[in-house]
Design a protein around this ligand. Structure first.
Ligand code: SF4
Length: 636
């Protein structure tokens, strides 16, 4: 039976809302398939507004892969703004996809990609508007399987009650595997109903189904154990790793948004994973090992993507793009190809060395000389050792001096506040570093027209990192240190005016901390916040700390216990049954070394230091050089 579009009902509401164009779909390269041509149908959600969700690579990749699969269709859905939400409730219009405006509840799967935990309340809005029961236990045979992915899914316990399933790691292959399990089960006449489908997904150990695991607690609140409650369900669920990125050259046809979005460019992921070993970095830890896309595939993807989309900016993405073994050839090859055209290249540079400046020069050949960003993360040498970010002050000053002397006028430095073992002087050290940067720039150029912006984020300890045991700094401490830093910068007559200062207060980090390292008991807080009107918690204008604290109190959840409390080595952590491949003992050892000042090298260039990922996951580091070069395009 075809499912009707709800567009005629939505259309009447659009003149009354902000940015109605974000809800109409029809973007270049979007896909609408005949409902009956598919027997497995996915609604893919990025739980934020269209302007943030549309450029998301994870959703874009799965959207294409699933739509290429015969008998399968995928459409996208985003969080609607509160103005439209109110009208949809008043008029009984359900959560819809932007592609064909079909009701989300009609799909087989609602796949939600969580980059951050602050999107949890937005998922609840979508479930509620869709008419899908909020709790997984209340869902019936006609409801979609609600499936989470993305980095936050490496600890989905706080939203376990709202999810039917979660997937860890790369989505390309597992989304196809899930599709085939659903297809087979439907073709067999849905034996055993929803429960059997979830069992089929859980049995392999590749899909986590929270309801098949029971959590027992000690009287003091710590977890005693997490154990499967069915015989065929494995004790641990493993992450997925795509081993040959060249076999998955997606996106091939990038979506071109109709409304304004946060990034308007064609992004190519040049490698996945990072083994630099920054101890705070969950993305680096959970995406190991490094797997490079070859220079020739990158070249072919850029050529095709630009042609298919008309974007005039190409972003080369990864966790640390300058680390690609052939980045110099990639940069030069692409800059040569597109010289004299209106296609410019961008590279998020985070490594602090002179090589980055050569690259930045290559990339600015055909574009604007916008700011350069570096991320020393810690304000003092001691702090950078603790987090294993091996950047010396000398490196930084040398790099920025080169940048300023080659015509760059603006440098942005990114730091964190609230890191483990941090003292007031570590944060004040950020100011000293910024002043030295300005001084070096003025000396190198003989000009006072030099700027440096210091941007500071609050540190949140994350699961599957060496800091997963750490006590988070309370928001009062973070705010006090940031205020002292701001005062010291403002009071500096010589350099203060040349230094921009951007930071957030410490409160959102506490909420993020509770959600990141929370367990199933935190679900009641998320629900209470949502019921109290909590929406778009990642947006400072919508976020309310007081609302979260009131909800925690109502749910009997002690926020400090989840955030500022340091954990013991043998405490069962809520995500211990979810396997990112990292050896727990290695993580603990690395945490001890952080405190004692030990450093870890990058295993790309030094021997394997046994973090556990490769033997556990059957993976290996895949890097070049391939020795190949990019050829000029015949027709640009
Ligand atoms: S197992 Fe060894 S080679 Fe693989 S990511 Fe860990 S340290 Fe690197």
């Amino acid at each position: 039976m075809p499912v009707e579009s709800i567009f005629h009902r939505l259309e009447a509401l659009l003149p009354k809302v902000q940015k109605p164009i974000q809800y109409v779909g029809g973007e270049l390269n979007s896909t609408v398939k005949d409902w009956d041509s598919a027997d497995v149908r996915w609604a893919l959600m990025y739980p934020d507004a269209y302007e943030v969700g549309l450029p998301n690579q994870g959703v874009a990749i799965l959207y294409e892969i699933l739509n290429e699969l015969p008998g399968t269709l995928a459409e996208r859905t985003y969080t609607v703004w509160p103005d439209l939400e109110a009208l949809m409730r008043a008029e009984g219009v359900p959560q819809f996809t932007v592609d064909a405006h079909r009701p989300v509840r009609a799909f087989d799967v609602l796949g939600v990609s969580f980059s951050t935990e602050l999107g949890y309340t937005n998922m609840l809005t979508a479930l509620d508007l869709a008419g899908i029961p909020m709790l997984a236990v209340d869902r019936g045979e006609d409801d979609p399987i609600v499936l989470a992915g993305g980095h936050a899914a490496f600890n989905p316990e706080p939203v376990a009650d709202f999810l039917d399933a979660a997937v860890l790691g790369d989505g390309e292959q597992i989304s196809i595997a899930i599709t085939e399990v659903i297809r087979e089960w439907k073709a067999e006449g849905r034996p055993g109903g929803r429960d059997e489908l979830l069992m089929r997904l859980a049995e392999s150990g590749g899909v986590y189904v929270p309801k098949f695991y029971d959590v027992d607690y000690h009287p003091d609140g710590r977890i005693k154990r997490v154990a499967p409650n069915r015989a065929d369900v494995p004790w641990r669920v493993h992450k997925h790793t795509v081993m040959d990125l060249d076999e998955w050259p997606y996106p091939k046809k990038p979506l071109v948004p109709l409304a304004e979005t946060v990034h308007e460019r064609f992004s190519v992921e040049i490698f996945r994973g990072c083994t630099r070993g920054c101890r705070f970095c969950q993305a680096g830890m959970i995406t190991r090992p490094v797997r490079e896309r070859s220079i020739t595939t990158i070249g072919a993807m850029v050529e095709k993507g630009v042609k298919e989309s008309g974007f005039n900016e190409v972003g080369l993405l990864s966790l640390s793009s300058a680390d690609h073994s052939e980045i110099a050839d990639v940069a030069k090859g692409l800059a040569d190809r597109y010289e004299g055209t209106n296609t410019s290249l961008s590279l998020p540079s985070t490594r602090v060395d002179a090589f980055n400046i050569d690259l930045a020069n290559e990339f600015s050949r055909n574009g604007r000389r916008s700011g350069l960003t570096f991320a020393p993360e810690g304000g003092s040498e001691r702090m950078r050792k603790v987090i294993n970010k091996m950047v010396t002050e000398e490196d930084l000053i040398r790099t920025v001096t080169t940048a300023y002397s080659q015509g760059w006028r603006q440098v942005k430095l990114y730091f964190m506040c609230g890191l483990p073992t941090e003292q007031d002087e570590d944060v004040l050290g950020i100011g000293d570093l910024a002043k030295k940067v300005i001084k070096a720039g003025r000396e190198a150029t003989g000009s006072r027209d030099i700027r440096c912006t210091v941007s500071i984020g609050g540190f949140v300890p994350k699961p599957h990192t060496p800091f997963q045991w750490a006590g988070q700094a309370d928001h009062e401490t973070v705010d006090r240190r940031l205020k002292a830093l701001r005062d010291s910068l403002r009071g500096d007559k010589q350099y203060g005016r040349a230094i921009g200062f951007r930071y957030h207060d410490g409160k959102p980090s506490i909420v993020e901390g509770m959600l990141s390292r929370g367990d199933r008991r935190v679900g009641a807080v998320i629900r209470a916040v949502w019921e109290d009107g909590g929406r778009f918690d990642g947006w400072s204008e919508h976020f309310s700390y007081d609302r979260w604290m009131a909800a925690a109190e109502k749910a009997g959840v002690d926020v400090d216990w989840y955030t500022t409390r340091e954990r013991e080595e043998n405490e069962v952590l809520p995500w211990d049954h979810l396997d990112a491949g990292l050896d727990r003992e290695w993580l603990w050892q690395d945490w001890q070394e952080a405190v004692s000042g030990g450093e870890v090298e990058d295993c790309r260039w030094t021997p394997c230091y046994d973090c556990g990922v490769c033997p556990t996951m059957g993976t290996e580091i895949q890097i070049g050089p391939t020795g190949r070069k990019l050829l000029p395009l015949t027709v640009v």
